[in-house]
Design a protein around this ligand. Structure first.
Ligand SMILES: CC(C)(COP(=O)(O)OP(=O)(O)OC[C@H]1O[C@@H](n2cnc3c(N)ncnc32)[C@H](O)[C@@H]1OP(=O)(O)O)[C@@H](O)C(=O)NCCC(=O)NCCS
Length: 154
């Protein structure tokens, strides 16, 4: 396990730190175009009512992030943009981010979570209880499959 601290992002400067992590992981490492990576859910958290973002830090340094979109389909919220800085992977930060997002979803009464998993990350999500529900599709040129988690089962 890790000693990472995970916070619900409330300020524009915390949001900027989360976007630095996403830039390093998705834009620089995975070559996702910036105009696809950053979208309408990524503004000032004080003004955006449709998404919650979390930030994990270790020794004051931002290391991981993820977001929960609150526009539910059939009672399921949507988790996305889960990213851990390369040098900090496999130390539990990704799990800590997911658990914080699950808790936020539970508090808001969602029945479950849906997400689009990059194929390499399916094992990570399966370990958290998610199951695959779709064939492979392309998003930003990267292969994904839809996965679901019922929060009633966790
Ligand atoms: C996927 C990702 C978020 C996982 O974060 P992490 O902090 O490394 O994950 P954790 O340390 O919490 O992993 C917990 C467990 O999940 C599993 N796991 C983690 N990464 C995995 C991977 N790439 N493939 C298979 N299983 C994985 C392992 O069982 C791991 O436990 P272990 O290290 O004791 O074996 C991280 O690799 C990442 O940011 N990747 C790049 C961005 C990305 O692809 N995001 C997902 C988009 S859908």
């Amino acid at each position: 396990m890790t000693d990472s601290e995970v916070i619900l992002i409330k300020t524009a400067s915390e949001m900027a730190q989360a976007l630095e992590v996403r830039r390093a992981v998705f834009i620089d490492e995975q070559d996702v175009p910036e105009d696809l990576e950053i979208d309408e859910y990524d503004g000032d958290p004080a003004l955006i009512g449709t998404a919650l973002h979390v930030l994990a830090s270790q020794d004051g340094e931002p290391v991981a992030t993820g977001r929960l979109l609150l526009e539910a389909e059939h009672g399921y919220a949507h988790i996305g943009r889960v990213a851990v800085m390369k040098q900090h992977r496999r130390r539990g930060h990704g799990t800590a981010v997911m658990e914080a997002l699950h808790e936020l979803a539970r508090e808001r009464g969602f029945e479950g979570i849906t997400l689009a998993a990059q194929l390499h990350a399916i094992g990570f999500y399966e370990r958290l209880g998610y199951t695959v529900r779709s064939d492979v599709f392309l998003d930003a040129g990267i292969e994904h499959r839809w996965m679901d988690l019922s929060l009633a089962l966790t």
